[in-house]
Ligand binder design. Structure first.
Ligand SMILES: [Zn+2]
Length: 312
């Protein structure tokens, strides 16, 4: 049986797994990255060791056809190089792909993590059956991937579909990229925390009685589940920004659907109404009732499930 390894490296943790050709995850694990404390070499050594033991544990040695790596940041997919990654400090021009390929004696393909997420959802998740699809990950930042005509679209420079840096509010918050009012400044988990604290300072109605610095996106998820008005307003605003960004994406490309994931994508149900309201009021080229805009079905498994698609 042919299987693939998937590895998704983020600033907090690295998730990895063994995946069959249909995208089903057979075995999965994770290890803490703590990129602010550990150097790239240390993390890469641990990845080699952990992936090696997963192969041994599953007795999969000769069956593994390749390793697919997803990494956040600016990467060169063809060369397997991380040029720079805001959530992986010190990773400048790191030849991650070639190093893992040599150590594990496997063909390696690398992609932006949001691209790998989109491939996974397209192959066997919420985007299955759609040949024109956008993937959006709402996490520490906001990432994106595009499937066009049944293929991942990379653009001529290997960098495209940076949905997080589409401008939604021209005079909005400053973004890490240098621009203002990018989707990432309005709909990432980081942005949700900022909005929540701003509303708290402004005296917005809420049942939250803790310290302002303890109000995180995770706390906001829990509060929204209890119908807290402040938390619901945070997701209302994030959903609105997402709806505006999706309008531009669909108007530009005439897609069949979009899958929303990432850590903060877990609050999709609280964002859905304002997102869809904004989208259906504004969108021009597609019938909002006929396109599929849904939450990720695979969650953390999505980037791993994308591994076989990367080798097709
Ligand atoms: Zn930006």
């Amino acid at each position: 049986m042919t299987v693939y390894l998937g590895l998704d490296i983020g600033g907090t943790s690295a998730k990895f797994g063994l995946v069959d050709e249909s995208g089903t995850v057979i075995d999965r694990n994770r290890f803490p990255v703590k990129a602010h404390q550990r150097g790239a070499d240390d993390i890469i050594d641990e990845a080699i060791e952990q992936l090696g033991s997963m192969i041994t544990r599953n007795d999969a040695g000769s069956d593994v056809a390749g390793l697919a790596i997803g990494a956040a940041g600016w990467i060169l997919p063809g060369q397997g190089v991380v040029v720079a990654a805001p959530n992986l400090p010190g990773w400048n021009h790191v030849a991650l792909g070639p190093r893992l390929s040599k150590a594990l004696d496997l063909p390696v393909k690398m992609e932006n993590d949001a691209n790998l997420f989109t491939l996974g959802e397209w192959l066997c998740g919420a985007g299955q059956g759609l040949n024109y699809l956008a993937g959006v990950t709402l996490g520490t930042g906001v990432g994106g991937g595009l499937i066009l005509d049944g293929r991942l679209y990379n653009g001529p420079f290997g960098t495209s579909a940076e949905v997080g840096h589409m401008v939604v509010e021209p005079n909005g918050r400053k973004c890490k990229c240098g621009s203002y009012g990018c989707l990432e400044t309005l709909a990432s988990a980081t942005a949700m925390t900022i909005t929540g604290r701003e509303l708290l300072e402004q005296g917005h109605a809420t049942s939250y009685a803790g310290r302002i610095e303890d109000l995180t996106s995770k706390v906001l998820f829990d509060l929204a589940d209890q119908d807290d008005p402040l938390a619901l307003e945070v997701f209302n605003r994030a959903g609105k920004a997402l709806g505006i960004a999706l309008t531009s994406i669909f108007n530009l490309l005439g897609l069949e659907g979009a899958v929303i994931g990432g850590g903060a994508g877990a609050a999709f149900k609280h964002m859905y109404e304002s997102m869809f309201d904004e989208f259906s009021k504004r969108v021009f080229v597609v019938d909002p009732q006929k396109v599929r805009i849904v939450q990720s079905a695979l969650r953390d498994d999505a980037p791993l499930a994308g591994a076989p698609a990367l080798f097709r």
